[in-house]
Design a protein around this ligand. Sequence first.
Ligand code: HEM
Length: 408
Amino acid sequence: MARDTTAQLAVWNEYLWSVGDQGDPYALILRAPDDPYPLYEEVRARGPLHRSALGTWVTADHKLSSKVLRDRRFGVRQLSGEKAIESIEFDNSMLGVDPPDHGRLRKLAIPAINPGQMESWRPRIETYTEELVEKFLAAGGRANFMTAFAQQLPNYVISELLGIPDRHRPAAFRLTRRMARMIESEPTPQLVEDVTGSVAELYLMFEDIIALRRADPGDDLVTQLLPALDEGRLSKAELVALCAFLTLGGVETTVNLIGNATLLMLEHPDQFEMFKGDPGLAPAVIQETLRFETPTQQYRRIVQEDLELAGQVLPADSQVAICAGAANRDPEVYPDPGRFDITRPPGRELLSFSLGIHFCLGAALARLEGEVALAAVARRLPNLRRIGPIRRRKSYVIRGMLQFPVAA
Ligand code: HEM
């Protein structure tokens, strides 16, 4: 890693720490505490939009967040094209680019991740989930739920979607786990180097998979995008970036949806009982988990031109942090927001999958995976209990666990 990047990171981390020590709620959120919710309330108390001492504009307001996400004057890149130093992104993936490139990439990927066709995945997801339960029970029914169950299903689904051959799957799994650390709160030089190395390894793997699919086509995303590649509508770098992005964005998020929903069931035994008695509640369990413990807690937008927002003047290139985990608990939108309630009537749209042009392309698939996984927990593991302390991932972006010891 370059010496100046190491120095920049050290300066950034020290600055973040000192601003937090002065009580700035956003700086404290970036330290990724186990319970960020009181800090979100501090952000909310400062009005719909406030400027952190770090320079970032922050919102916990549902209405304002929705407006920003749908407003084309906000993008994902700085005007110079540069990225913020504390983030490492997949530059060429659709989430890393603004129009017009964004529209081109999204349109190309839609047929392969078609939300309308997701139900056709159900049998495969159900079969694999059953296998996972059988394996878990056969091994004695005591394990870290995250590694034994929650991490397995989304990895399997993305491998199938992308057409990752069996021999590459263990490496893809390992690299995804390593890359997932990129969203940790304090990126050390060692971490950045490790993540950069994993991304590079994954890129090489997908170059290999593209060649393989050309020789032996399947019904996967890579095969479906080969004509666009050959006709010049998509560059190889963009295809590789999409695949690499999906192995993280389509996995780490869904892993934690499944983990969070299961923990919430164990913490609310009355609602778990209700669910066991009525498996048709699976979509409601997932919907309320997406609201109450939003797997992707935060994302950002960059102001593309000088503008006024919520009575404040924001110059071009300002950053706006959308705290989705807070907006999903906005009392103006969800009554009694701090109460987990699977019988809550459907309210306004959640911000868990973003809104506007970057609305998550895999939302339907993620919901399906979550519903099948939780239905299996209720039906096959009705006496599941926690047998030790949980350990949360140290991230302000992802809300989830690393350790969740359970017994069946
Ligand atoms: C619970 C699971 C998931 C959550 C919470 C989630 C959340 C999100 C969020 C918040 C964004 C937009 C971020 C922003 O606006 O800056 C996004 C984008 C995206 N997600 Fe997901 N995601 C999940 C699962 C998936 C899955 C399973 C896939 C694919 C199979 C997927 C594919 C994508 C893609 C391609 C984008 C980029 C869309 C664009 O830029 O137009 N996601 N996701």
